[in-house]
Design a protein around this ligand. Structure first.
Ligand code: F0G
Length: 453
């Protein structure tokens, strides 16, 4: 059961099918353009969407808003340094700010960054400084149905080969994303992290954690990795941070705050370079673009997030929804993770070709029938067409992500999601595809316009 009770509530918008149809038509079938008050259950992202605790709110009230050297900063630094062990800690306003500052300071144009899978902003920030982002997920990740427990792992053989053949493009960093959001929210094993760290050390390449969901990764390690069953999630997280040379963190996930992030580093010179850029572009080194209250709330969130009772319930509610979805006859990327479930829309809607966007079609149905907002991860997001609209590239899988905000929705909300999916799965052939009517050349899914095909 939930290890908390509800003290403050917020009404959720209840809409009619007709209102939803009109809203979707108005935004040209782009769910990003809906007003949030047209959405009943918002599963677009688990980022910055969590519920803060009474302890976080009260920590925030104690925030010190001094421009420099605030008490909040020192309290935050103590907590984060106990968790991570990094001697150099820089706050930033969110994950991508940390990415930009670290990559601008660490990378030289022409080099390569290797990862189990870069998150899309992480990739963008590598490419923005003239470098190449290479993803080498483990082979098991390719089989969406495989119950393999650590499908977030990096392919160690491929990594070793890349590190041994750096003549063309030197490897400037290895980024381990825990959990692997771009790869279905799958965890990385401690064994894989240890072996990656060894390879990196042998080749003098820094290993950086993208630690947005470090606590959820640690929870899955304590559940499923031999040798870790007697450890607490906190102990596993502490070990993971210490294996790496540094981290970038979006605290909007496992910091359970609405805004915030940080960079952690062992190398003092690199930290100094980052600090200069931070001061020029985010804010002074003791606030990094955040208010004092944000730092205090983040510190408290980072303590709460490794509580076993919190993580057990988060896994349980995700498992509950996953089972109801399977029971409804809809396949998900297995095994179910904690922060999101990924629906296999391609398999549910085989009559819709990739370039009529089965994932998007399913996401629109979830909205039309249940007021549920989700995110397509398929050919709308990753595909390409020529100027006449003919397909050039489609995504390897047509998925829809249901991201689960932390401590926000209850089992009955998720039962509504499962029931809506069950109604779609009863007659999938009635679902139609979409065609693009207008798009931008980069990150098209945010601003795209569509019409029924
Ligand atoms: N790294 C990972 C693994 C992420 O999932 C995200 C954000 C970021 C970095 C960037 O952090 O948003 O604070 O700038 N993921 C969100 C999501 C947006 O919905 O998955 P940010």
């Amino acid at each position: 059961m939930e290890p908390y009770r509800i003290k403050v509530v917020e009404p959720i918008p209840l809409t009619t099918p007709q209102q939803r149809e009109e809203a979707l038509r108005r935004v040209s079938y782009n769910l990003f353009d809906l007003r949030a008050d047209e959405v009943t259950i918002d599963l677009l992202s688990d980022s910055g969407t969590g519920a803060i605790s009474a302890a976080q709110l009260s920590a925030g009230m104690n925030g010190d808003e001094s421009y420099a050297g605030s008490r909040s900063f020192y309290r935050w630094r103590e907590t984060v340094s106990e968790l991570t062990g990094y001697p150099h800690l820089l706050p930033a306003h969110q994950g991508r700010a940390a990415e930009r500052i670290l990559f601008t300071s660490l990378l030289t144009p022409g080099s390569t960054v290797v990862s189990n899978t870069h998150f899309d902003t992480t990739r963008a920030n590598v490419e923005l400084v003239g470098c190449q982002a290479r993803d080498i997920p483990c082979p098991e990740a390719k089989d969406l149905d495989s119950p393999h427990r650590f499908k977030g792992n990096i392919d160690l053989k491929a990594l070793e080969q890349i590190l041994q053949n750096q003549q063309e493009s030197p490897v400037a960093a290895v980024v381990m994303t825990i959990t692997n959001n771009g790869g279905g929210g799958q965890p990385v094993s401690m064994e894989n992290l240890h072996r990656t760290a060894d390879l990196c050390r042998r080749h003098s390449v820094p290993m950086i954690l993208d630690a947005a969901r470090f606590a959820e990764n640690a929870w899955l390690v304590t559940r499923h990795e031999p040798g870790y069953q007697d450890r607490t999630p906190r102990q596993v997280a502490e070990e993971a941070f210490r294996l790496a040379d540094g981290c970038i963190m979006s605290a909007k996930k496992d910091g359970i705050v609405h805004i915030g992030g940080f960079i952690g580093l062992k190398d003092p010179e690199l930290a100094q370079k980052c600090e200069r850029l931070l001061i020029a572009t985010e804010g002074f080194a003791t606030y990094g673009g955040l208010a004092g209250r944000d730092l205090d709330m983040m510190a408290q969130g980072l303590l709460e997030v490794t509580e076993p009772s919190y993580l057990a319930e988060r896994a349980d509610i995700a498992g509950h929804l996953a089972q109801r979805i399977r029971d409804a006859g809809v396949d998900i990327v297995e095994p179910a993770g904690l922060h999101a479930l990924y629906l296999n829309a391609g398999r549910l809607l085989p009559h819709i070709p990739p370039h009529q966007y089965p994932g998007h079609s399913l996401a629109c149905q979830l909205y039309l029938r249940g007021g549920i907002r989700s995110a397509e991860l398929g050919s709308l997001y990753l595909g390409e067409e020529d100027e006449h609209g003919n397909p050039i590239k489609s995504a390897p899988y047509e998925l829809v992500r249901l991201a689960l905000p932390r401590r926000v929705y209850t089992r009955s909300h998720y039962d509504h999601v499962a029931a809506t999916l069950a109604s779609i799965a009863k007659d999938p052939s009635s679902v139609h595809g979409y065609r693009i009517t207008d798009q931008s050349p980069i990150l098209r899914h945010f601003s795209i316009k569509l019409a029924p095909a």
